[in-house]
Design a protein around this ligand. Structure first.
Ligand SMILES: [Zn+2]
Length: 120
């Protein structure tokens, strides 16, 4: 499953910023998922729960912010959110458009509980 490897990738990204020994302090991981990123948010949330289950990060929440597919038209300079993948400008019908949002798949923030006393 596609989302499973992405969820594993998110855990790996968290591992770049948070030492494994402090994985139990991770409260929330916020990701941005574009409509065109090819990811089903519900499925990603489910997979994140699955890959963190039984690990110190089991308590962490995955918060998914959806980013609508947005194009900018070169001809009429308008910006529109439209059907994912569609290049047609809904204002003037031009196809001289550029994707400006909607393909993201990014980890934005990682909330770590700083209050937890150090275990010695
Ligand atoms: Zn246009």
């Amino acid at each position: 499953m596609h989302e499973l490897s992405i969820a594993q990738g998110i855990v790996d990204i968290v591992g770049h910023y948070v030492p494994r020994a402090r994985f139990d302090t991770v409260r929330c991981v916020r990701v941005r998922v574009g409509d065109l990123a090819g990811v089903v948010p519900d499925s990603l949330a489910f997979c994140f729960t699955a890959v963190t289950a039984g690990t110190p990060m089991a308590e962490a929440l995955l918060e998914i912010e959806r980013v609508p597919y947005t194009i900018r038209c070169t001809d009429c300079t308008s910006e529109s959110t439209t059907e994912p993948g569609l290049a047609l400008c809904p204002r003037c019908g031009s196809i001289a458009t550029t994707i400006i949002a909607g393909t993201e798949l990014q980890v934005m923030t990682i909330d770590v509980d700083e209050e937890t006393p150090e275990h010695s």
